[in-house]
Design a protein around this ligand. Structure first.
Ligand code: ZN
Ligand code: CU
Length: 487
Protein backbone atom coordinates (compact mmCIF):
# COMPACT_ATOMS: atom_id res chain seq x y z
CA UNK A 1 0.00 0.00 0.00
CA UNK A 2 1.53 3.31 -1.11
CA UNK A 3 0.34 6.85 -0.54
CA UNK A 4 1.63 9.97 -2.27
CA UNK A 5 1.06 13.36 -0.65
CA UNK A 6 1.73 15.87 -3.42
CA UNK A 7 2.28 19.58 -3.79
CA UNK A 8 3.24 20.25 -0.17
CA UNK A 9 5.57 22.80 1.41
CA UNK A 10 7.77 20.23 3.17
CA UNK A 11 9.46 20.95 6.51
CA UNK A 12 12.04 18.30 7.34
CA UNK A 13 11.97 18.72 11.15
CA UNK A 14 15.68 19.65 11.18
CA UNK A 15 14.96 23.36 10.76
CA UNK A 16 15.92 23.58 7.05
CA UNK A 17 14.08 25.95 4.73
CA UNK A 18 10.99 24.18 3.43
CA UNK A 19 10.88 22.80 -0.12
CA UNK A 20 7.88 22.29 -2.38
CA UNK A 21 7.39 18.66 -3.36
CA UNK A 22 5.83 15.29 -2.67
CA UNK A 23 6.20 12.59 -0.07
CA UNK A 24 5.74 8.90 -0.88
CA UNK A 25 4.72 6.58 1.95
CA UNK A 26 4.86 2.80 1.80
CA UNK A 27 3.22 1.04 4.73
CA UNK A 28 4.37 2.82 7.89
CA UNK A 29 7.46 4.51 6.43
CA UNK A 30 8.39 7.44 4.22
CA UNK A 31 10.21 6.09 1.15
CA UNK A 32 10.68 9.18 -1.03
CA UNK A 33 10.78 12.95 -0.54
CA UNK A 34 10.96 15.44 -3.42
CA UNK A 35 9.43 14.88 -6.83
CA UNK A 36 7.63 11.56 -6.79
CA UNK A 37 7.14 10.70 -10.47
CA UNK A 38 5.48 7.29 -10.31
CA UNK A 39 1.87 6.69 -9.30
CA UNK A 40 0.72 5.46 -5.89
CA UNK A 41 -2.25 3.44 -4.63
CA UNK A 42 -3.57 6.61 -3.06
CA UNK A 43 -2.79 10.12 -4.27
CA UNK A 44 -3.55 13.34 -2.42
CA UNK A 45 -2.81 16.87 -3.65
CA UNK A 46 -2.63 19.18 -0.64
CA UNK A 47 -2.50 22.33 -2.74
CA UNK A 48 0.63 23.93 -1.27
CA UNK A 49 -0.21 23.42 2.41
CA UNK A 50 2.68 22.79 4.81
CA UNK A 51 3.70 19.25 5.63
CA UNK A 52 5.79 18.55 8.73
CA UNK A 53 6.74 15.62 10.92
CA UNK A 54 3.92 14.89 13.37
CA UNK A 55 4.33 16.87 16.57
CA UNK A 56 5.95 15.20 19.55
CA UNK A 57 4.43 16.29 22.86
CA UNK A 58 7.37 15.68 25.20
CA UNK A 59 5.52 16.60 28.37
CA UNK A 60 2.20 14.85 28.94
CA UNK A 61 0.16 13.15 31.61
CA UNK A 62 -1.61 10.85 29.16
CA UNK A 63 -0.48 7.57 30.75
CA UNK A 64 -4.06 6.47 31.42
CA UNK A 65 -5.81 8.58 28.79
CA UNK A 66 -3.92 6.51 26.21
CA UNK A 67 -5.72 3.43 27.55
CA UNK A 68 -9.16 4.90 28.27
CA UNK A 69 -9.55 7.64 25.59
CA UNK A 70 -7.76 5.65 22.98
CA UNK A 71 -8.49 7.81 19.94
CA UNK A 72 -6.59 10.64 21.72
CA UNK A 73 -8.48 13.14 19.55
CA UNK A 74 -7.60 15.94 21.98
CA UNK A 75 -4.01 15.41 20.81
CA UNK A 76 -4.29 14.23 17.19
CA UNK A 77 -6.56 17.12 16.19
CA UNK A 78 -3.80 19.45 17.32
CA UNK A 79 -1.28 17.65 15.10
CA UNK A 80 0.33 15.51 17.81
CA UNK A 81 1.46 12.02 16.77
CA UNK A 82 3.62 11.04 19.78
CA UNK A 83 3.19 11.71 23.50
CA UNK A 84 5.81 11.25 26.20
CA UNK A 85 3.92 10.18 29.33
CA UNK A 86 4.97 9.78 32.96
CA UNK A 87 6.06 13.35 33.68
CA UNK A 88 6.36 15.21 36.98
CA UNK A 89 7.00 12.06 39.00
CA UNK A 90 3.60 10.54 38.14
CA UNK A 91 4.35 7.20 36.49
CA UNK A 92 2.21 4.33 35.23
CA UNK A 93 3.82 1.70 37.49
CA UNK A 94 4.02 0.04 39.96
CA UNK A 95 0.31 -0.38 39.25
CA UNK A 96 -1.20 0.03 42.73
CA UNK A 97 0.80 3.17 43.52
CA UNK A 98 0.02 4.55 40.06
CA UNK A 99 -3.69 4.04 40.72
CA UNK A 100 -3.48 5.86 44.07
CA UNK A 101 -1.77 8.84 42.45
CA UNK A 102 -3.79 8.73 39.22
CA UNK A 103 -7.18 8.31 40.85
CA UNK A 104 -6.93 11.57 42.71
CA UNK A 105 -7.23 13.15 39.26
CA UNK A 106 -9.45 10.59 37.52
CA UNK A 107 -11.50 8.86 40.23
CA UNK A 108 -13.58 6.78 37.85
CA UNK A 109 -10.94 5.49 35.46
CA UNK A 110 -10.65 1.74 34.96
CA UNK A 111 -7.57 0.91 32.92
CA UNK A 112 -6.72 -2.75 32.31
CA UNK A 113 -4.63 -4.21 35.15
CA UNK A 114 -0.94 -4.68 34.30
CA UNK A 115 2.29 -5.36 36.10
CA UNK A 116 5.25 -3.00 36.02
CA UNK A 117 6.40 -0.91 33.10
CA UNK A 118 6.73 -4.03 30.96
CA UNK A 119 3.05 -4.66 31.61
CA UNK A 120 2.10 -1.05 30.87
CA UNK A 121 3.96 -1.11 27.54
CA UNK A 122 2.40 -4.48 26.72
CA UNK A 123 -1.05 -3.04 27.47
CA UNK A 124 -0.35 -0.31 24.91
CA UNK A 125 0.68 -3.00 22.41
CA UNK A 126 -2.55 -4.85 23.07
CA UNK A 127 -4.84 -1.79 23.16
CA UNK A 128 -3.07 0.67 20.87
CA UNK A 129 -4.04 4.33 21.04
CA UNK A 130 -4.22 6.82 18.16
CA UNK A 131 -0.76 8.24 18.93
CA UNK A 132 2.63 6.73 19.73
CA UNK A 133 3.54 6.65 23.41
CA UNK A 134 7.02 6.97 24.91
CA UNK A 135 7.23 6.41 28.66
CA UNK A 136 9.08 7.96 31.58
CA UNK A 137 9.18 6.16 34.92
CA UNK A 138 7.89 8.37 37.73
CA UNK A 139 9.95 8.80 40.89
CA UNK A 140 6.89 9.73 42.95
CA UNK A 141 5.12 6.51 42.03
CA UNK A 142 8.20 4.39 42.63
CA UNK A 143 8.75 6.05 46.02
CA UNK A 144 5.11 5.67 47.06
CA UNK A 145 5.27 1.95 46.26
CA UNK A 146 8.53 1.51 48.16
CA UNK A 147 7.84 3.53 51.32
CA UNK A 148 4.43 5.14 51.28
CA UNK A 149 4.06 8.84 51.86
CA UNK A 150 6.95 9.07 54.35
CA UNK A 151 8.57 12.42 54.89
CA UNK A 152 12.14 11.14 55.44
CA UNK A 153 15.00 9.61 53.48
CA UNK A 154 14.53 5.97 52.43
CA UNK A 155 16.11 3.16 54.47
CA UNK A 156 18.56 0.89 52.67
CA UNK A 157 15.80 -1.63 52.02
CA UNK A 158 13.46 1.03 50.67
CA UNK A 159 16.21 2.39 48.43
CA UNK A 160 16.81 -1.14 47.16
CA UNK A 161 13.10 -1.47 46.38
CA UNK A 162 13.19 1.82 44.45
CA UNK A 163 16.23 0.65 42.49
CA UNK A 164 14.43 -2.59 41.68
CA UNK A 165 11.37 -0.71 40.36
CA UNK A 166 13.55 1.57 38.27
CA UNK A 167 15.57 -1.27 36.80
CA UNK A 168 12.36 -3.06 35.85
CA UNK A 169 11.35 0.16 34.06
CA UNK A 170 14.74 0.50 32.37
CA UNK A 171 14.66 -3.11 31.17
CA UNK A 172 11.12 -2.59 29.87
CA UNK A 173 12.30 0.32 27.69
CA UNK A 174 11.40 3.58 29.42
CA UNK A 175 13.01 6.74 28.02
CA UNK A 176 13.90 8.20 31.40
CA UNK A 177 12.94 8.96 34.99
CA UNK A 178 10.82 11.96 35.98
CA UNK A 179 10.53 13.72 39.31
CA UNK A 180 7.84 16.03 40.70
CA UNK A 181 9.49 17.80 43.60
CA UNK A 182 6.49 19.90 44.64
CA UNK A 183 4.18 16.89 44.86
CA UNK A 184 3.68 14.16 47.40
CA UNK A 185 5.70 12.04 47.85
CA UNK A 186 8.43 13.42 45.55
CA UNK A 187 8.81 16.58 47.60
CA UNK A 188 10.14 14.53 50.54
CA UNK A 189 13.14 13.29 48.53
CA UNK A 190 16.47 14.97 49.15
CA UNK A 191 18.96 15.61 46.38
CA UNK A 192 21.14 12.64 47.42
CA UNK A 193 18.26 10.20 47.02
CA UNK A 194 17.58 11.55 43.55
CA UNK A 195 21.24 11.33 42.50
CA UNK A 196 21.46 7.77 43.76
CA UNK A 197 18.29 6.63 42.00
CA UNK A 198 19.00 8.52 38.77
CA UNK A 199 22.43 6.88 38.60
CA UNK A 200 20.47 3.72 37.81
CA UNK A 201 20.06 5.16 34.31
CA UNK A 202 23.78 5.62 33.69
CA UNK A 203 25.07 3.77 30.66
CA UNK A 204 21.69 3.88 28.92
CA UNK A 205 20.28 6.64 26.71
CA UNK A 206 17.59 7.47 29.29
CA UNK A 207 17.28 11.00 30.72
CA UNK A 208 16.33 12.68 33.99
CA UNK A 209 13.27 14.98 33.63
CA UNK A 210 12.29 17.19 36.53
CA UNK A 211 9.40 19.30 37.66
CA UNK A 212 11.74 21.19 39.93
CA UNK A 213 11.35 21.95 43.61
CA UNK A 214 10.70 25.63 43.02
CA UNK A 215 9.68 27.73 40.02
CA UNK A 216 9.42 31.03 41.89
CA UNK A 217 11.89 32.91 44.05
CA UNK A 218 14.16 29.83 44.30
CA UNK A 219 14.14 28.98 40.60
CA UNK A 220 17.91 29.22 40.25
CA UNK A 221 18.59 26.91 43.22
CA UNK A 222 16.12 24.46 41.69
CA UNK A 223 17.79 24.56 38.25
CA UNK A 224 21.16 24.05 39.93
CA UNK A 225 19.78 21.02 41.76
CA UNK A 226 18.52 19.46 38.50
CA UNK A 227 21.84 20.11 36.76
CA UNK A 228 23.75 18.68 39.72
CA UNK A 229 21.64 15.52 39.73
CA UNK A 230 22.34 15.02 36.03
CA UNK A 231 26.07 15.71 36.44
CA UNK A 232 26.57 13.41 39.42
CA UNK A 233 24.36 10.64 38.07
CA UNK A 234 25.94 10.95 34.60
CA UNK A 235 22.58 11.34 32.84
CA UNK A 236 21.09 14.02 30.49
CA UNK A 237 18.73 16.54 32.12
CA UNK A 238 15.33 17.71 30.91
CA UNK A 239 13.93 20.70 32.78
CA UNK A 240 10.16 20.41 32.70
CA UNK A 241 7.94 23.39 31.82
CA UNK A 242 10.72 25.95 32.18
CA UNK A 243 9.26 29.17 33.59
CA UNK A 244 9.21 31.54 36.52
CA UNK A 245 6.06 32.30 38.49
CA UNK A 246 5.13 35.27 40.67
CA UNK A 247 5.41 38.88 39.61
CA UNK A 248 8.31 39.58 41.98
CA UNK A 249 10.35 36.92 40.16
CA UNK A 250 9.59 37.82 36.56
CA UNK A 251 12.74 38.14 34.48
CA UNK A 252 14.61 35.44 36.40
CA UNK A 253 14.42 33.14 33.37
CA UNK A 254 17.34 34.95 31.74
CA UNK A 255 19.46 33.70 34.64
CA UNK A 256 18.04 30.17 34.60
CA UNK A 257 18.71 30.01 30.84
CA UNK A 258 22.27 31.16 31.54
CA UNK A 259 22.68 28.27 33.99
CA UNK A 260 21.64 25.89 31.20
CA UNK A 261 24.12 27.52 28.81
CA UNK A 262 26.93 27.19 31.37
CA UNK A 263 26.18 23.52 31.98
CA UNK A 264 26.15 22.91 28.24
CA UNK A 265 29.50 24.65 27.91
CA UNK A 266 30.86 22.24 30.53
CA UNK A 267 29.73 19.41 28.25
CA UNK A 268 26.56 18.39 30.05
CA UNK A 269 23.39 17.57 28.13
CA UNK A 270 20.67 19.89 29.46
CA UNK A 271 17.41 20.66 27.65
CA UNK A 272 14.01 21.99 28.63
CA UNK A 273 10.41 21.96 27.57
CA UNK A 274 7.77 24.69 27.69
CA UNK A 275 4.06 25.24 27.13
CA UNK A 276 3.12 28.50 25.39
CA UNK A 277 0.97 30.25 28.00
CA UNK A 278 1.33 32.68 30.91
CA UNK A 279 -0.80 30.44 33.14
CA UNK A 280 0.05 27.05 34.60
CA UNK A 281 -2.14 24.31 35.97
CA UNK A 282 -1.88 21.77 38.73
CA UNK A 283 -3.84 20.23 41.58
CA UNK A 284 -5.11 22.66 44.20
CA UNK A 285 -3.56 20.55 46.96
CA UNK A 286 -0.07 21.24 45.54
CA UNK A 287 -0.78 24.98 45.39
CA UNK A 288 -1.65 24.86 49.09
CA UNK A 289 1.32 22.70 50.11
CA UNK A 290 3.71 25.05 48.36
CA UNK A 291 2.16 28.20 49.85
CA UNK A 292 1.56 29.72 46.47
CA UNK A 293 -1.22 32.00 47.70
CA UNK A 294 0.99 34.15 49.87
CA UNK A 295 4.22 34.62 48.04
CA UNK A 296 3.49 33.88 44.41
CA UNK A 297 0.04 34.47 43.09
CA UNK A 298 -2.93 36.16 44.56
CA UNK A 299 -5.97 33.96 45.09
CA UNK A 300 -7.65 35.83 42.18
CA UNK A 301 -5.15 34.18 39.85
CA UNK A 302 -6.01 30.63 40.95
CA UNK A 303 -9.09 29.38 39.09
CA UNK A 304 -10.76 25.99 39.42
CA UNK A 305 -10.24 23.90 36.27
CA UNK A 306 -11.86 20.63 37.22
CA UNK A 307 -13.91 19.65 40.26
CA UNK A 308 -15.76 16.47 39.52
CA UNK A 309 -18.39 16.59 42.26
CA UNK A 310 -18.95 20.37 41.96
CA UNK A 311 -18.75 21.24 38.27
CA UNK A 312 -20.52 24.53 39.04
CA UNK A 313 -17.33 25.66 40.81
CA UNK A 314 -15.26 25.31 37.64
CA UNK A 315 -14.10 28.64 36.24
CA UNK A 316 -14.31 30.44 39.63
CA UNK A 317 -11.27 31.85 41.43
CA UNK A 318 -10.23 30.90 44.97
CA UNK A 319 -10.63 34.60 45.83
CA UNK A 320 -14.32 34.43 44.95
CA UNK A 321 -14.84 31.53 47.38
CA UNK A 322 -12.82 33.20 50.08
CA UNK A 323 -15.09 36.24 49.76
CA UNK A 324 -18.32 34.26 49.59
CA UNK A 325 -17.46 32.05 52.58
CA UNK A 326 -15.66 34.77 54.54
CA UNK A 327 -12.56 32.58 54.89
CA UNK A 328 -8.88 33.14 54.11
CA UNK A 329 -7.84 31.84 50.67
CA UNK A 330 -6.06 28.94 52.38
CA UNK A 331 -9.19 28.02 54.37
CA UNK A 332 -11.40 28.31 51.31
CA UNK A 333 -9.01 26.09 49.35
CA UNK A 334 -9.08 23.57 52.21
CA UNK A 335 -12.88 23.46 52.08
CA UNK A 336 -12.69 22.83 48.33
CA UNK A 337 -10.21 19.93 48.57
CA UNK A 338 -12.22 18.47 51.47
CA UNK A 339 -15.09 18.37 49.01
CA UNK A 340 -13.01 17.07 46.08
CA UNK A 341 -9.45 15.95 46.75
CA UNK A 342 -8.38 15.97 43.10
CA UNK A 343 -9.59 19.50 42.31
CA UNK A 344 -7.29 21.00 39.67
CA UNK A 345 -6.69 24.68 39.04
CA UNK A 346 -5.32 27.08 36.44
CA UNK A 347 -2.82 29.57 37.89
CA UNK A 348 -2.19 32.91 36.18
CA UNK A 349 1.33 33.66 37.35
CA UNK A 350 3.76 34.29 34.47
CA UNK A 351 4.49 37.14 32.09
CA UNK A 352 4.50 37.25 28.31
CA UNK A 353 8.12 38.49 27.88
CA UNK A 354 9.40 35.53 29.94
CA UNK A 355 7.41 33.06 27.85
CA UNK A 356 8.98 34.50 24.70
CA UNK A 357 12.51 34.60 26.20
CA UNK A 358 12.31 30.92 27.12
CA UNK A 359 10.81 29.95 23.75
CA UNK A 360 13.52 31.77 21.81
CA UNK A 361 16.32 29.98 23.69
CA UNK A 362 17.91 27.03 21.85
CA UNK A 363 17.43 24.64 24.82
CA UNK A 364 13.64 24.78 24.64
CA UNK A 365 11.33 22.26 22.99
CA UNK A 366 7.54 22.11 23.19
CA UNK A 367 5.50 20.04 25.63
CA UNK A 368 1.89 20.72 26.55
CA UNK A 369 1.79 19.52 30.18
CA UNK A 370 -1.94 19.11 29.54
CA UNK A 371 -3.89 17.29 32.25
CA UNK A 372 -6.50 15.23 30.38
CA UNK A 373 -9.52 15.95 32.58
CA UNK A 374 -11.74 16.20 29.54
CA UNK A 375 -14.95 16.96 31.42
CA UNK A 376 -14.00 20.11 33.31
CA UNK A 377 -12.28 23.25 32.10
CA UNK A 378 -8.74 21.93 31.58
CA UNK A 379 -6.02 24.42 30.73
CA UNK A 380 -6.35 25.16 26.97
CA UNK A 381 -2.79 23.87 26.48
CA UNK A 382 -4.25 20.36 26.44
CA UNK A 383 -5.79 20.81 22.98
CA UNK A 384 -3.98 23.83 21.60
CA UNK A 385 -0.28 23.96 22.50
CA UNK A 386 1.28 23.24 19.11
CA UNK A 387 -1.09 25.35 17.03
CA UNK A 388 -0.45 28.25 19.42
CA UNK A 389 3.33 28.02 19.05
CA UNK A 390 3.03 27.91 15.25
CA UNK A 391 0.30 30.51 14.79
CA UNK A 392 0.77 32.92 17.65
CA UNK A 393 4.45 32.75 18.65
CA UNK A 394 6.00 31.91 15.26
CA UNK A 395 3.80 33.48 12.57
CA UNK A 396 2.25 36.40 14.46
CA UNK A 397 4.95 37.27 16.99
CA UNK A 398 8.02 36.10 15.05
CA UNK A 399 9.71 34.62 18.14
CA UNK A 400 10.97 31.70 16.01
CA UNK A 401 10.87 30.99 12.27
CA UNK A 402 8.25 28.44 11.24
CA UNK A 403 11.00 25.93 10.37
CA UNK A 404 12.66 26.37 13.77
CA UNK A 405 9.33 26.23 15.66
CA UNK A 406 8.62 22.93 13.89
CA UNK A 407 12.09 21.60 14.77
CA UNK A 408 11.38 22.35 18.45
CA UNK A 409 8.33 20.07 18.30
CA UNK A 410 9.74 17.32 16.06
CA UNK A 411 13.38 16.55 15.24
CA UNK A 412 14.93 18.15 18.32
CA UNK A 413 12.41 16.40 20.56
CA UNK A 414 12.96 13.00 18.90
CA UNK A 415 16.73 13.34 19.25
CA UNK A 416 16.50 14.37 22.91
CA UNK A 417 14.20 11.52 23.91
CA UNK A 418 15.89 8.95 21.67
CA UNK A 419 12.91 8.28 19.38
CA UNK A 420 14.48 6.38 16.51
CA UNK A 421 13.36 7.29 12.95
CA UNK A 422 10.79 9.78 14.19
CA UNK A 423 10.61 13.57 14.13
CA UNK A 424 11.87 13.97 10.56
CA UNK A 425 10.48 13.92 7.05
CA UNK A 426 13.10 11.86 5.20
CA UNK A 427 13.28 8.48 3.50
CA UNK A 428 13.29 5.67 6.05
CA UNK A 429 11.53 7.64 8.80
CA UNK A 430 8.17 6.54 10.14
CA UNK A 431 5.29 8.30 8.39
CA UNK A 432 4.12 10.41 11.35
CA UNK A 433 2.99 13.52 9.48
CA UNK A 434 0.84 16.61 9.81
CA UNK A 435 -0.55 18.75 6.99
CA UNK A 436 -1.43 22.27 8.13
CA UNK A 437 -2.10 25.73 6.79
CA UNK A 438 0.64 28.12 7.97
CA UNK A 439 -1.56 31.13 7.22
CA UNK A 440 -4.48 30.08 9.39
CA UNK A 441 -3.13 27.66 12.01
CA UNK A 442 -4.03 28.99 15.47
CA UNK A 443 -5.21 27.90 18.91
CA UNK A 444 -8.89 28.40 19.68
CA UNK A 445 -9.30 27.17 23.25
CA UNK A 446 -9.55 29.90 25.86
CA UNK A 447 -9.49 29.66 29.64
CA UNK A 448 -13.26 30.21 29.71
CA UNK A 449 -13.91 27.74 26.91
CA UNK A 450 -10.87 25.48 26.64
CA UNK A 451 -12.13 22.34 24.93
CA UNK A 452 -11.84 23.73 21.40
CA UNK A 453 -9.76 22.15 18.73
CA UNK A 454 -7.29 24.43 16.96
CA UNK A 455 -7.88 25.50 13.37
CA UNK A 456 -5.63 24.99 10.39
CA UNK A 457 -4.67 21.35 11.05
CA UNK A 458 -5.87 19.50 7.96
CA UNK A 459 -4.57 15.94 8.02
CA UNK A 460 -2.61 13.86 10.50
CA UNK A 461 -0.93 10.49 9.90
CA UNK A 462 0.51 8.11 12.49
CA UNK A 463 2.69 5.27 11.19
CA UNK A 464 1.31 5.90 7.69
CA UNK A 465 -2.35 5.71 8.79
CA UNK A 466 -4.63 8.74 8.63
CA UNK A 467 -5.98 9.64 12.09
CA UNK A 468 -7.42 13.08 11.28
CA UNK A 469 -9.02 14.24 8.05
CA UNK A 470 -10.24 17.82 8.24
CA UNK A 471 -12.42 18.16 11.31
CA UNK A 472 -12.92 14.44 11.63
CA UNK A 473 -10.87 11.92 13.56
CA UNK A 474 -10.89 8.73 11.47
CA UNK A 475 -11.11 6.45 14.52
CA UNK A 476 -7.94 4.59 13.49
CA UNK A 477 -5.66 3.44 16.33
CA UNK A 478 -2.23 3.08 14.70
CA UNK A 479 -0.13 4.30 17.66
CA UNK A 480 2.70 2.22 19.11
CA UNK A 481 4.53 1.86 22.39
CA UNK A 482 8.00 3.32 21.78
CA UNK A 483 10.71 1.46 23.71
CA UNK A 484 14.16 2.90 24.33
CA UNK A 485 17.00 1.82 22.06
CA UNK A 486 20.44 2.32 23.67
CA UNK A 487 23.60 3.19 21.82
ZN1 ZN B 1 4.91 19.45 36.28
CU1 CU C 1 3.60 17.93 34.19
Amino acid sequence: MTLAIRNALIHDGAGSDPITGDVLIEGDRIVEVGIVSGGADDDIDVGGLSLAPGFIDVHTHDDFAALVHRDMAFKTRGGVTTCIVGNCGFGAAPFDAAMVMGKSLYPDMEPPVYEGYAGYLAALDEYPPGVNIGVLAGHGTIRLAAMGNERRPPTDDEMAAMHASLSEAVDAGVLGLSTGLIYEPGRYAETEELIELTAGLRGTSALYASHMRNEGEQLLEAVNEAIRIGAEAGVPVQISHHKVTGEANWGLVSQSLALIDEARERGQIVNADQYPYTAGSTVLRAVMQNQMFDNRTGAEGVVIASCISRPEWEGRSIASFSEEWDLTPMEAAQRIVDQEDGTSVVIHSMCEPDVETVLAHPSTMIGSDGIPTLDGKPHPRLFNTFARVLGHYSRDRGVLSMAEAIRRMTGYSADTFGLVDRGYVRPGAFADLVVFDPETVIDRGTFADPNQYPTGIHRVYVNGVEVVNGDTPTGALPGRALRRVDG
